[in-house]
Design a protein around this ligand. Sequence first.
Ligand code: CTP
Length: 408
Amino acid sequence: MERDFPRDFLAFLRLAGEIAQAQEQSLYLVGGAVRDLLLGRPNLDFDLVMEGDAPRLARQLAKASGEKVITHPRFGTAKFSRGELSIDLVTARSESYPSAGALPEVKPGIIRDDLARRDFSINAMAVNLDPPSFGQLFDPHEGRSDLKQKLIRILHPRSFIDDATRILRALRYEQRLGFKLEENTEKLLRQHKSMLNTISGDRIRHEVELILEEEKPERILHRAEELGVLQELHPSLKGNGWLAERFRHVHQLAILPSSPIYLSLLLYHLTEEELESVIARLNIVGGLARMLRQMVRLKADLPALAVADLSRSGVYRLLRQYTPEAITTCALACDLPAIRSRLDLYLTDLRYVKLSLDGEDLKEMGVAPGPRLGRMLKALLEAKMDSRVSTREEEEALVRHWIAGREI
Ligand code: CTP
């Protein structure tokens, strides 16, 4: 710890341990931060577990260190934020699962209980912060040995039944860390994969989002397909080479935020009906749901973009009703260069074409407010796209021509 943590953060941890000791309580650093500390990987999220009243300790620690804290006494939790670092302080708890997929029943416990309720051995280690034993590892589930052997191992055979989000979490850690599922863990994961049906849409979507935020989500999805897990979300989903190639392209182009684009690529080959069932299953709402529906509609419109003598304004007319995100997804997904280049033309050029004149200018030129004015602006924009006008004077001349000829 001395080597891996900044000195002032270490001082903060020591102070926290001293205050806990003064209250005759024990304090531990737990979970992902311990795993990453032992692996030498950076981690900015720290979870501290206290055998006792965590909010009380947090308030005293805030006073002694001058740090700001937010406490939630009802949940026995508190949170410190120090720049990029976030430090959560919670009361040790033991959990029991009333039924598969339900949230657990929780009561205060000791550190051993708190570690026993966790997902994998590599996430179930604690570092003691009490002054006499500061820095000592408490590892009742042999997490350190699994780290050495690069294994993801559950703590008991009912683990995936109790909380099936662990099925997706297991694959996420496996691919992130370059580990393997331990043999029995893999067997139980395959056996219990249908327990994903017990998890609410919001929780599943959250896990899928976490997967898509990883460095190489395509690997996780490939593995999920191999184990039959992806098919539990929807039987038509594929984590294949096609998807991997598209994901790499998104990565190379540094498209941000990438996770909605990854999700739409994952769902690209679904029919409208299948997409609706995934939207309902994952409880996808708002802008993201709208974008996915647009993508499927645009997919059906794509053949119209392959017409050989389509003008630039024709491309614009076909695409303007779609969001740039839906068009970007189709451009990434589409295998036909002729269609792809027209999608790119819209994204990089046509959607930015602006007129020099606006509605006010047209009114000053004598066009009455109303639908005709709107039609003129539209026709003028298309004329500009097709290079029939380029300067302000040419736009004015065309409008005058339309007024004189009572056209449009
Ligand atoms: N945890 C668990 N079961 C879950 C979710 C979380 O046991 N379904 C435990 C694990 O011990 C985990 C800790 O809670 O280490 C914190 O959860 P989270 O922040 O999701 O995981 P991290 O290990 O911090 O992983 P990441 O690096 O992905 O943030």
